[in-house]
Write a protein that binds this ligand. Structure first.
Ligand SMILES: [Zn+2]
Length: 94
């Protein structure tokens, strides 16, 4: 999935999925009482997961934090998943 995206090309897709998994787990687990996860803990897990993706998915060429940029300008998300070049410095990753 997304094998031609710049995130995959730079071997960082796992960081994205770790963040997504934490976000979903933290949001869904508190719904189920037997999970033992309170809303406070769930929120912390979700925020930390999202923060992990924002902080650690970076361009190896220019160091831009792609998901941080995406927070400020949501139109950047699409090129991250559809193009093989950095939206910041246009470095093409093979
Ligand atoms: Zn770059």
């Amino acid at each position: 999935m997304f094998s031609h995206s710049v995130i995959s090309k730079t071997q960082q897709m796992w960081k994205f999925w770790v963040g997504v998994a934490a976000l979903i787990f933290g949001s869904v687990a508190p719904i189920f009482e037997q999970s033992g996860v309170s809303w406070t803990v769930g929120t912390v897990i979700a925020v930390v997961g999202y923060g992990f993706t924002v902080a650690f998915v970076i361009c190896p060429a220019c160091g831009q934090r792609w998901f941080y940029k995406g927070l400020l300008d949501a139109s950047l998300y699409r090129p991250l998943f559809s193009k093989s070049s950095c939206p910041g410095c246009n470095h093409l990753f093979e």
